[in-house]
Write a protein that binds this ligand. Sequence first.
Ligand code: SF4
Length: 113
Amino acid sequence: MRLICINCPKGCELDVTVTEDRVTVAGQGCPRGEAYGVAEATNPVRMVTGLVKVAGSRRPLPVKTRRAIPKGRIAEITNLLANTTVIPPKRIGDVIIPDVCGTGVDVVATADF
Ligand code: SF4
């Protein structure tokens, strides 16, 4: 598979080959590209950002996962965010959903409300 490394602005084009027992990466300009290619081929992760409802307000609260979560869990988490309502006040960094969907990662507020 071909990937663009997103770890720095250089954007190296990676050629990732997956076989039964190993993953090889070519085209990287530094070791971070190899690690990125292996991770994308074996356990791709992403940060999730979104909005949750705030009780008594029409304005939502922006939130994000504190760390990247497995890519396959994104839909489950965004569905949960869409059905979550919080009670103000909230501060940046407050935990809104602990251990979201059993990932071990918290969803936190990214703004004061
Ligand atoms: S492989 Fe290294 S140099 Fe290339 S885009 Fe990724 S981080 Fe940047």
